[in-house]
Design a protein around this ligand. Structure first.
Ligand SMILES: Cc1cc2nc3c(=O)[nH]c(=O)nc-3n(C[C@H](O)[C@H](O)[C@H](O)COP(=O)(O)OP(=O)(O)OC[C@H]3O[C@@H](n4cnc5c(N)ncnc54)[C@H](O)[C@@H]3O)c2cc1C
Length: 563
């Protein structure tokens, strides 16, 4: 008989969206629950994220007068996953996710708001919607977390405009792009609110009005604190313990000491992806790859893969990620993801031959895939180059580079030119600086400028649907995503096939139970979030398409275990 150091009903490994949601549900179903987290901070990639969840037929849509149904959601998911997921899992998702949202709103601090005009990423597919399925966490007063506030894995505030003093919500992204008096009013309001938050200023805390991922994690953490569900930081899972084929506990390390934890009803692996493990990336992901191109959290190194595989778990989608183009900025530890820049007028992305190779305004997941596809001997697309002109530079930001109206070139950090961006008075000169075929680039820009005048991208149909146009600003031309590149100087920034995290991992059934190669269930072992093979298969259905399933399958795992 094994001896145990600690005993619970449900053991959750990882404190991101999947783990915390599962812990909450398990507790509410009467389970004695423990969350173990490897990092000294909680929240994982979820804390760094936009916190948006994508939930078809969610309760907020009805309130906003947007019609949807589980059937439409399923039809859409079947169309966009195109056989890369199972109907049972997709059905479980569309049926459980709205129920979970309602339950969290009734029983916890977790609250979402509908982003009514945030379109599905493929709005033209059967069952696709022009808005309403993406919801963001309501702004949260971080001070409610007390001492736990400083233990949240929050991003370096220097990455954010004005040192993170502005509380920006996902639904405000478009307004930020448009600029003008609304933006100025917003900034003044936010700065006022920051400087008059005397409780936070007295404690020398940063901006404690949390939005996005921080709001979601703050809300989940507070809900767990209310319930006194323990969260052990700096406690990595190191092994799984089974008896007669059933997982009955786990081996963790705490204060440098190995501990055997018994989990009477089950163990949930919610330990994120392996985006920060270079060796695993090189083994499983398409080449070339780098652990510097990911925006996922540093502790997501795929630690649970080996112990679970040793217990018979099978893997799927290990070559996949939630792709998102990224940029590397000197002196910054983490890459910058490129979400909105690529669809704005006055910019294009080209390969080394100077040619465009995709619809830049398409979903970011597709951009990553296109870069790998285009990275052939004829057209090297890794890195690719984001090219824009002075007109773009004046109005829009590119990563940390604020619009030149606010921060002209002379005010930018000196180390950026030549390392983050290149600049030239001519396209020919720019092409030479970045090692791109000059004739190719000049011809591409000539052709693209023609598309800008007619409003029709004859090569890649950029700007032809609401998704492409989401972040764009109307400026008089026939297509707001197509703007000519004609005002020197011209700029170039390298773009890599980055990601928001990997999405390959343990194969699970519709109840989040881990399966063997022969489709047998490993009793007592569950997986959710980025350490499981994504229920969304090889696609990204809409903004929130990773956190929505992470939370939902965590929730499902808890219900199955505590049944
Ligand atoms: C900048 C950015 C923006 C994003 N925006 C969105 C968005 O708006 N909507 C969306 O749907 N997705 C978004 N994503 C993706 C999303 O954040 C992730 O896919 C999601 O948060 C993954 O949740 P998770 O619970 O699986 O993992 P995580 O939140 O990463 O949590 C995993 C946790 O497990 C811990 N862990 C790892 N190994 C061990 C171990 N051995 N023992 C114990 N604990 C361990 C990690 O330290 C981590 O805390 C974004 C990602 C980034 C980086």
């Amino acid at each position: 008989m094994a001896s145990w150091d600690h005993s619970v009903d449900f053991l959750v490994v990882g404190s991101g969206a999947a783990g915390m949601t599962a812990a909450l549900r398990a507790h509410d179903l009467g389970g004695d629950t423990l969350v173990v987290e490897k990092s000294s901070l909680y929240g994982g990639s979820t804390a760094l994220s936009g916190g948006v969840v994508w939930v078809p037929n969610n309760p907020l849509m009805a309130r906003a007068g947007i019609s949807d149904s589980a059937e439409e959601g399923l039809r859409y998911l079947e169309a966009v996953t195109a056989g890369s997921s199972s109907t049972e899992k997709l059905r479980a998702y569309v049926e459980t996710a709205p129920r979970m949202m309602t339950n969290l709103a009734e029983c916890s601090h977790v609250r979402f708001e509908c982003v009514e005009d945030y379109p599905d990423y493929y709005p033209g597919e059967p069952g696709g919607k022009p808005g309403g399925r993406s919801c963001e966490p309501a702004v949260f007063d971080g001070l409610r977390l007390g001492d736990e506030l400083v233990r949240m894995g929050v991003p370096d505030s220097s990455h954010f405009v004005l040192g993170g003093r502005l509380t920006v919500r996902a639904s405000e992204g478009k307004m930020l792009m448009a600029g003008g008096s609304r933006l100025i009013g917003f900034m003044l309001r936010e700065l006022f609110s920051y400087y008059t938050n005397f409780r936070a200023r007295r404690k020398r805390l940063g901006n404690t009005d949390f939005s996005l991922g921080r709001a979601l994690i703050g809300r989940l953490r507070l809900s767990l604190m209310d319930r006194r569900v323990p969260l052990w930081l700096e406690t990595p899972l190191e092994g799984l313990i089974d008896e007669e084929g059933r997982v009955v506990g786990a081996l963790v390390r705490r204060d440098g000491r190995p501990l055997r934890i018994r989990a009477r009803k089950g163990v949930l692996l919610a330990a994120g992806g392996f985006e920060r493990n270079l060796e695993m990336r090189q083994r499983y992901q398409p080449a070339p790859t780098s652990d510097r191109w990911t925006a996922g959290c540093e502790t997501n190194t795929g630690d649970t893969v080996a112990p679970a595989v040793a217990r018979g778990a099978s893997l799927d989608l290990m070559d996949e990620a939630w792709w998102c183009p990224s940029m590397l900025v000197p002196l910054e530890d983490s890459c910058r993801i490129m979400i909105y820049e690529k669809s704005l007028a006055g910019g294009i992305i080209v390969d080394r031959s100077g040619r465009r190779f995709m619809n830049e305004a398409g979903p970011y997941n597709d951009i990553g895939k296109s870069m790998y596809r285009a990275n052939t001997s004829e057209g090297q697309a890794i890195p690719a180059f984001f090219i824009f002109d002075r007109g773009f530079r004046k109005k829009y930001s590119c990563g940390p580079m604020m619009p030149s109206k606010a921060k002209p070139d002379w005010a930018l950090p000196r180390v950026w030119e030549g390392n983050f961006f290149e600049k030239s008075q001519t396209l020919d000169g720019l092409a030479r600086k970045i090692g791109v075929d000059a004739d190719g680039l000049i011809e591409t820009v000539r052709r693209f400028n023609e598309f800008a005048r007619t409003g029709k991208d004859l090569d890649f149909s950029r700007g032809d649907n609401v998704q492409d146009l989401y972040y764009t600003v109307k400026a008089g031309g026939p297509n707001p995503s197509l703007g000519a590149l004609e005002e020197p100087p011209f700029y170039a920034v390298k773009v890599y096939p980055g990601d928001l995290g990997t999405k390959g991992g343990f194969r699970t059934d519709a109840r989040a139970r881990v399966l063997t190669d022969c489709d047998e269930i490993i009793q007592g072992l569950y997986a959710a979030g980025n350490c499981s093979a994504a229920a969304m298969g090889r696609t990204y259905p809409g903004a929130g398409g990773t956190i929505g399933p992470a939370m939902t399958f965590g929730y499902i795992a808890a219900e199955d275990a505590l049944g």
